[in-house]
Design a protein around this ligand. Sequence first.
Ligand code: CU
Length: 135
Amino acid sequence: MKKIFITLFILLVFTSLVACSKEKKVNDETANADVANERQTNNSMEEILVVGKTGPEIEDFIFEPAEINLKVGEKVKLTLTSDDEIQHGLRVGGKVIQHGESIEISFEKPGEYFGNCSELCGAGHALMALKIIVE
Ligand SMILES: [Cu+2]
């Protein structure tokens, strides 16, 4: 029984460290993000639906897509959605959006940027990451 608690504690510490290290990689200075209402539309801008998902296993906690490829300066609209009863949030580019909200985002420098879930949604919460590769 004691081993189970020790194992769970180590797992909790590990997942927290993973989440913290991913958060630090977000470069707020190069991200140009504007939170926009979902009802606002811009026909010339691609909209990417980011779906928050959970499941019985820790690795089932994901954003879909988990990876987005952008060109330097390319502006896209990310909209967060989920069928889960529990709330997710998406923290990206120094901003946070909730279910049904959108953010317009672009990056001025190539690199890898990370978003993560901003709502404590369950056991795999810390592993929910959105990777944005800018070339
Ligand atoms: Cu979460």
